[in-house]
Design a protein around this ligand. Sequence first.
Ligand code: COA
Length: 166
Amino acid sequence: MDIHIRPAVEENDFAAMQKIFREVIRNGDSYVFYADTPEEDAREYWFGQGVRSFVAEDSSGILGMYKLIQNQRDRGSHVANASFMIHQKHRARGLGTLLGKHSLAEAKKSGFLAMQFNFVISANIPAVRLWEKLGFFIAGTLPKAFRHEKLGLTDVYVMYRLLDDI
Ligand SMILES: CC(C)(COP(=O)(O)OP(=O)(O)OC[C@H]1O[C@@H](n2cnc3c(N)ncnc32)[C@H](O)[C@@H]1OP(=O)(O)O)[C@@H](O)C(=O)NCCC(=O)NCCS
């Protein structure tokens, strides 16, 4: 795989990133956003204050992206949070693993001590498996916290890992 991961540049990358964002949220199975989420909300999500976004690209363009942010302010600011989206066409080829590892290294480099995912849909098997593979554990289950497009009320996991070994 000839994939390059780099910081996202709003002016150049947002259009391509928005396409992936739209495609992901349309399915209603992995993120809380409704399909008609306004463009400005998407922009804020990927480029708002305190957000650092990264894209994975090859010669054909942007294939996926993630964002890194503090999970909490002040006394919780040593814990990172990240969100990932890979274009449907490019999934199950190792890109998620690549971006996940990149985010852990980037979080460690930035001084974070841990990473927390607040809202992993329990039915999102590729995501749960990926995060477990990358050392996260399920810290807790939020019963029926997500209204899944197809499955209805669905449990959500909080997943967590320290960054000591990164
Ligand atoms: C979750 C997501 C980021 C994974 O990205 P990906 O590029 O498909 O992941 P990879 O190819 O690196 O696969 C990672 C692991 O996921 C698991 N996996 C991937 N696709 C799978 C599938 N269809 N069924 C079961 N497990 C799967 C495997 O354990 C795989 O590890 P392995 O290849 O070592 O066995 C991607 O599917 C995605 O963007 N989904 C939509 C948005 C989303 O759910 N984001 C995460 C929210 S928490």
